[in-house]
Design a protein around this ligand. Sequence first.
Ligand code: ADP
Ligand code: MG
Length: 713
Amino acid sequence: MLEKTGAPMNNTPSLPKQPFLEQVSVRELRGIGPQQAKKLSKMGFRTLQDLLFHLPIRYVDKTKISPIGGLQPFTSAVIEGVIKASDVVFGRRRSLVCRLQDDSGIISLRFFHFNRAQQEQLASGVAIRCFGEIRRGTTGAELYHPEYRVIDSQNPPPVEATLTPIYSISEGITQVRMRALCHQALERLRTGGLRELLPRASHQPYSLSEALQLLHQPPVDAPLNLLAAGEHPAQQRLALEELLAHHLSLLRLRRQIQQHPATQLAFYPDQEKRLLAQLPFALTAAQYRVGTEIYTDINQTVPMLRLVQGDVGSGKTVVAALAAIQTIANGYQAALMAPTEILSEQHRINFEGWFRPLGIRVAWLTGKIKGKARNVQLEAIASGEAKMVIGTHALFQDGVEFNSLALTIVDEQHRFGVHQRLAFRRKGHIASDGQNAMSDLPHQLIMTATPIPRTLAMSAYADLDCSIIDELPPGREPVETLVLSNVRRNDIVNRVRQACIAGRQAYWVCTLIEESDVLEAQAAEVTASELQLLIPELSIGLVHGRLKAREKIDVMAQFKAGNIHLLVATTVIEVGVDVPNASLMIIENAERLGLSQLHQLRGRVGRGDQQSHCVLLYSPPLSSVGSERLKIMRETNDGFKIAEKDLQLRGPGEVLGTRQTGDMVLRIADLQRDGHLLPEIKETAHHIMEQHPETVTALIERWLGDSDQYAQA
Ligand code: ADP
Ligand code: MG
């Protein structure tokens, strides 16, 4: 628990004029000229702090000399002895073999690459010390290519005093050089230069300097198992600080936004009733609860920042409509942004169906609506005649002026990424207030179908309040999933034929490894023609990202109307598309897609009341991870379980979507490993915000630097 008082630790000796290491260039290190500095900078090492934050990936123990007689295979050891024989051996590969003896035994050193100088140096009678891994070779225990140095056996040099760090290195720098640079940086660190930014109240066993010192040069008795697992308190200390910085950055952003006033929107129960009366179903309890949470938020004078998570098919669109109708009842505009044209069109159709009978005009704007049609939409938006505005990100480009925007809704947030989400927020801001920085900001609602594992949600969305629609509408049959080798493709084609003849509709999804629209579109075209040949009696449609918006929309409308039996598609249909009568989906090359993406795709079926099926086709052979992943898809329909598993198998970047990989670039922390720190991080972050606001910027700059991605917007 944190004490609510206490100043930040300041155990850095306060040497006057001591520059901070984040400002000291690597140029100042011995042996680094302008050329090398440039090279280092390319590798991401501009300052001494950069070097210090580059932690070793593992350690080796060179602190004691082991007796040769006691060596165990597959361990590494330092040994010392006298060369008894040295011969070039011509086996399958030519090698230099030296027999090295000490008081306890004898062992062979084997070099496959050697030059004449080495051969002469490693002569009989010479004393050497070497380090390497013990293998079982043809002569018994052997060391292949050990590191070695010739020594004076009367006067041997001291052994290493600490464990030896091994760094990840890129081309252009050697391990030895890297070690020497870090060594110099540590020397500088000992005289101060890294501010301690964690509050004393966080009770860390190590200060920042101590932690870095320990991790670059662990003492002989340091627990190697903890270090290897990344669970040493010194590593955890750094991971905590890094995650804290990310968290603070988002919290700060939230504060900045919430310093602005927002329009307080009153609740009109009759408007809610009128909307609900239009629907052919009753809200689920979860939809109702989330709706109420939103009403409470928009009834405040600070902007709402709320994330609604709900598995595919949980009915988020209606919840958005609930929020919109209240905004409109108050006399303001609401805008809904979708990531694709297809999805925005679908929303337009839904909202027109619901709102037009209530006398509310819906405007629709996407990048592909041009010319006169565009002007008509722009005018309706600017005049305030259209109270409900739907579109793609084109909505928030220059030239789009709202009349009285009080609510923005971002659908399928995972497709946008944090950057775009923030840019959108800002656009809304400019659009609504021109130059005046302190005028009203719209309330913001963000909806995502990618169930985000809790740990990730807390860090990537720390700036948002979170609501979860944790219930599917009643009567949904879970999708039955099959995993089949594409060797059985013909069986599947027959199955599709039968299903469609029986009045069902189906999706056939084509995927490619490379994210190339063009290639993917081609693959889909080929598949569509091929299927049409195989099943001439069906009407087959095709959608892919290269079609014109109008064409896509027409095909979707035909599919929805039931005029198309089988829709061949690329992953463009991944998000949002809702055709309840479609109850069969085939996904080709399913092994290439992420679990969350598969889950999204699969969510396109199972929306009606008949039993739906999803067939995951793979090209054999399937790797063991690949088969484990597809097995998960077969076993569960629970998006949260799938997301957790995806996080385990592939890491956070993948789970949040490629577009967001850049958002959580972590140097030291690992969300999977360090997720358990998040509750503490949350608490510490609030403590720092309240008690030590002056350290917030320093922390963010230290860990996120110029790239404080969140602050850009
Ligand atoms: P998602 O959360 O994936 O965006 P949608 O909002 O597209 O889900 O809703 C999926 C389908 O479920 C739509 O056809 C919608 O009309 C329907 N639906 C939404 N809420 C309910 C409900 N409470 N009962 C029955 N059907 C519902
Ligand atoms: Mg949706």
